[in-house]
Design a protein around this ligand. Sequence first.
Ligand code: HEM
Length: 165
Amino acid sequence: MNTSSSAQTLILALFAGATLSSSSCAQPKGGPGMPAEAREQIHALFDAHDKINRDLKLTAEGYTALTESDDPKVAAALKKHVKQMQARLGEGLSVRRWDPAFAEYCDHYAEMDHQFTPTDKGVRMTVKGRTANAVKIAQNHAKVVSAFAAHGWSEHDKKHDTVTR
Ligand code: HEM
């Protein structure tokens, strides 16, 4: 191998390493976009945000949140949404990659334990971070969900700050 081809090999190796390590998600760019079915629930939740009650409690290890609605359709949308998002993130796919807080959440998702319990009127989520950063990131995400529930569509296009970078 001459000098220039070994230099090329080195550059290619560095590039491949940088691409793979840019995210803990299986797909560096976040994979395929949100399927229509998942988008539908998200839009239904934004539309109905004023029918949603959310009680968020931060804990030393993360948070607990109870999010409910007296409207059975909204309660069903909440349950479906959380299942869809858990499946998507569990597969290493990302969501809202353009929003720094979500990109950071996706990158650290595997460092959190999520305990999801459906309730009669919605969902209860308890999240524990296994690292100090994961605790802060989980709490930050929970606050963004609270802002979605409080403000609806006006919050949708906003970027949210990260907590570790
Ligand atoms: C673009 C919009 C949205 C995206 C991309 C999104 C994404 C996510 C993600 C990634 C999770 C984490 C799933 C997991 O914990 O495994 C989640 C959880 C959750 N989302 Fe959404 N979401 C959006 C909008 C909303 C809206 C509008 C509401 C309600 C008004 C909502 C309510 C919830 C609730 C209650 C949880 C469970 C976690 C918790 O209670 O803190 N989301 N969402």
